[in-house]
Design a protein around this ligand. Structure first.
Ligand code: PRP
Length: 178
């Protein structure tokens, strides 16, 4: 029998640990936005798994939209050069908006996205990221909500990829070049 993809990779965050932290984040966000409708904007592709789990634990009036972006190149780490490949479907003007990301790394993507989305005049704009790698930051940005702060290792699974693989894994694993 063939081994499952990624079964050779070391688990950094198992599914149970992630699920527990996602519930905590959802409780905190629900308390902070209590009584206010919230628009989640998921950044594709990496955020789709996290957004699906987070949204289902929010005790709020929630709507969801997606923005699809692509970094130029196919490297392990983002180059900072970003292009939008799918824009928002609905206006965010006057809304409380929470950007949902899988990982905040150098900060270049978020800095770009923040500029693009603030131009649409939301009432508020915040960021929740499942993973934060502050040691990699080159831009002065921070997330409002962080699931896990992780060291500078390349991770895949739970939405994150290596060369488009491993996004479907239920946990976050460390990918190392062999
Ligand atoms: C990841 C992640 C962020 C970005 C963060 O996306 O989803 O958008 O990198 O990196 P930065 O802070 O260094 O800019 P990626 O380019 O891997 O695309 P994907 O979401 O489609 O996997």
């Amino acid at each position: 029998m063939n081994e499952l993809p990624g079964s050779n990779l070391e688990v950094l965050l198992d599914a149970e640990t992630i699920a527990g932290r996602v519930r905590e984040l959802a409780a905190q966000i629900s308390a902070d936005y209590r009584g206010r409708p919230l628009r989640l904007v998921g950044i594709l592709k990496g955020a789709w798994v996290f957004l699906a789990d987070l949204a289902r634990h929010l005790d709020l009036e929630v709507t969801v939209d997606f923005l699809s972006i692509a970094s130029y190149g196919n490297n392990s780490y983002s180059s900072g050069a970003v292009r939008i490949t799918k824009d928002l479907d609905q206006s965010i003007k006057g809304l409380d908006v929470l950007i949902v990301e899988d990982i905040l790394d150098t900060g270049q993507t978020f800095e770009y996205l923040r500029g693009v989305l603030e131009a649409h005049k939301p009432k508020s704009l915040k960021l929740v990221t499942l993973l934060d790698k502050p040691s990699r930051r080159v831009r002065p940005v921070r997330a409002d909500y962080v699931g896990f702060t992780i060291p500078d290792v390349f991770v895949a699974g739970y939405g994150l990829d290596y060369a488009q693989q491993y996004r479907h894994l239920p946990d976050v694993r460390i990918w190392r070049a062999t």
